[in-house]
Design a protein around this ligand. Structure first.
Ligand code: FAD
Length: 528
């Protein structure tokens, strides 16, 4: 550059991570505001960094990786078509390299400000702190914003300003804060005025496809992804979870219009698929949790207003309110576990929330038992059906996550950390805080832990939550001729499958353990 040439205009960079959306994206909204105030013709750019080796180390599943790439393409299209913004996609193997790559990118593109939404896990916080320092030396500002929760970590605390260790009081406080009307949706405003050449979008999409193929190859080589029917798995995920924030929003609207009013009763019956199925979208930030909360509140209000003068509908009204409130409480669990993780970062490195409880148990590392659990070959129908559903679809119903986690930790005594990792490697909605929270709750080592005597009997769980064995028989077709009454009864099933039993020729294993005995042993272990 010569001494007389004008200084190139500074650009503003939105670095997308697990927030693959435009609607109600805090960092994006704040960045556009800053850019608009600083310049009459601001230039905003967008970035995503693919880090395949880091993802594998974090146990990201193949279906979630695929979902991220699919979502990236829709994000690139929306940025381009709605806002004249080009999404740059870089690849580095891990976070360490990512820092230098972003630094170079900022130099090349003359970036003055970067905005991102917080990621609260330990490695992510360390990466951001290192990047902030490195960029700061060059005068580049790196701002981060709270966005992943309805109420950000550390904002819901006891009167002594400490973190709640139990969900119910956390939830009460959470609600009381929200009742003040604190939560709003961040606006989305177009900023870049110059239309981009359509060829640029074609190039961006080609780059994403190319990086996807490279990442896919790496994931397929990973031991975690051996023995998978990848084609079927991805095909199923593509049908069940179409990518993009518009699809997520449609799913939310449909759930609130059709299913939420039976949620309280139907949510525990896996065969009904009566829950929102939004977790996959929430886990990669394709939908805002605040939007979910506010839309649910609006639905409740609309039902209330519609029935306000109709006394005969009051009961139905109360029922619907309860259903919606129950669903909102699930969103609060998500916030709760993020609060826990930020308060106790050591859990990200494998520590138990309750170390004393964790150390009381002599955990098993029997890999042959573990493999039977992973493959759905334990001989316990509800557990096996749930695991096969997970392996083939990348999703497992919440009730079944508890049943399978308790079976692994309290019938087989296998360290919950193995199960936790296996779930991450297979779930499309893998989310560290919620997964860790769920596992530690089930293993009685977590917050709000299931007391040690609360051990789910997978046979009575099936009797209550899969009454007609529809779910079991969907995933274990080999059991189709065995009557429900037998499948719901451990002793009868053992007898029926024995050499002289009525169903001796059915190709299904005998149960690995006798639940009643395992339960007694578990109570002894946890009592210490
Ligand atoms: C052992 C175990 C592991 C789990 N692992 C994960 C995980 O990796 N990722 C994940 O998103 N959820 C996890 N959960 C929580 C829960 O099972 C899923 O969020 C839920 O099944 C997703 O289905 P849905 O979207 O239809 O939920 P809905 O019933 O419609 O609930 C709405 C939303 O609330 C949140 N939510 C619901 N239940 C919980 C919960 N118990 N804890 C935290 N958030 C909740 C989710 O974001 C969910 O999408 C786990 C639970 C257990 C017991």
């Amino acid at each position: 550059m010569t001494a007389t040439s004008p200084t190139p205009q500074a650009s503003y960079l939105m670095w997308f991570r697990r927030d693959l959306r435009l609607k109600d994206n805090t960092a994006f909204s704040e960045l556009t505001e800053i850019a608009k105030q600083a310049s009459s013709k601001p230039d905003i750019k967008a970035l995503f960094v693919v880090t395949p080796e880091q993802w594998l180390e974090q146990a990201m599943s193949l279906v979630q990786m695929d979902f991220i790439f699919r979502s990236l393409k829709t994000l690139a299209e929306s940025l381009f078509n709605q806002l004249n913004i080009e999404l740059h996609v870089l690849q580095t193997s891990d976070y360490h390299q990512c820092i230098d790559a972003i630094d170079s990118f900022c130099q090349q593109q003359n970036i003055s400000h970067i905005a991102s939404n917080y990621e609260y896990e330990v490695n992510e916080l360390a990466r951001d702190a290192a990047l902030e320092k490195q960029l700061g030396q060059k005068g580049i500002v790196f701002n981060r914003y709270h966005d992943q929760c309805i109420l950000p970590p550390k904002s819901v605390t006891t009167n002594e300003d400490t973190m709640y260790k139990v969900f119910t009081p956390f939830y009460r406080k959470w609600q009381s804060i929200l009742d003040t009307g604190l939560v709003n949706i961040h606006p989305l405003e177009p900023v870049n005025n110059n239309k981009l050449n359509p060829d640029i979008l074609t190039q961006i999409l080609a780059t994403i496809d190319n990086l996807y193929q490279q990442t896919l190859r790496l994931f397929l080589e990973s031991p975690a992804n051996q023995d998978k029917n990848t084609e079927l798995l991805l095909q199923t995920a593509h049908q069940t979870y179409p990518a993009g924030e518009n699809e997520a929003y449609k799913q939310l609207q449909q759930f609130l219009a059709e299913d939420v009013q039976q949620y309280d009763i139907a949510r525990d019956q896996p065969a009904l698929e009566a829950t929102s199925q939004l977790s996959a979208y929430l886990s990669i930030g394709a939908i805002s949790p605040r939007l979910c909360y506010l839309q649910a509140k609006q639905t409740a209000q609309a039902i209330y207003e519609a029935n306000e003068h109709n006394l005969s509908k009051i009961d139905a009204d109360l029922g619907a309110e309860q259903d919606i409130q129950r669903w909102i409480s699930e969103l609060a669990w998500r916030d709760f576990y993020r609060h826990v993780m930020v308060d106790r970062p050591d859990i990200v490195k494998g520590a138990a929330f309750n170390e004393v409880a964790d150390q009381k148990v002599t955990w098993s590392y029997d890999l042959s038992d573990f493999e039977k659990w992973c493959k759905g070959l334990t001989g316990v129908p509800l557990v096996d059906a749930a695991m096969r559903c997970l392996n083939q679809t990348g999703f497992m119903h919440n009730r079944l996550r508890m049943v399978t986690a308790m079976f692994l930790t309290k019938d087989l005594f296998i360290d919950w950390r193995l199960g936790e990792r296996y779930f991450m490697q297979n779930l499309i909605d893998g989310d560290f805080a919620s997964n860790n929270g769920g596992w530690q709750w089930s293993a009685s080592t977590g917050t709000d832990a299931a007391p040690y005597f609360r051990i789910m009997n997978p046979f009575s769980q099936a009797k209550t939550h899969d009454k007609e064995t529809v779910f079991i028989k969907t995933w274990l077709p080999e059991l189709k001729d065995i009557p429900t009454s037998v499948l719901h009864d451990e002793a009868k099933l053992r007898q029926a499958l024995s050499k002289k039993g009525r169903f001796a020729d059915v190709d299904y294993p005998q149960s690995m353990v006798e639940h009643k005995q395992a339960r007694l042993y578990a109570i002894e272990q946890f009592k210490g």
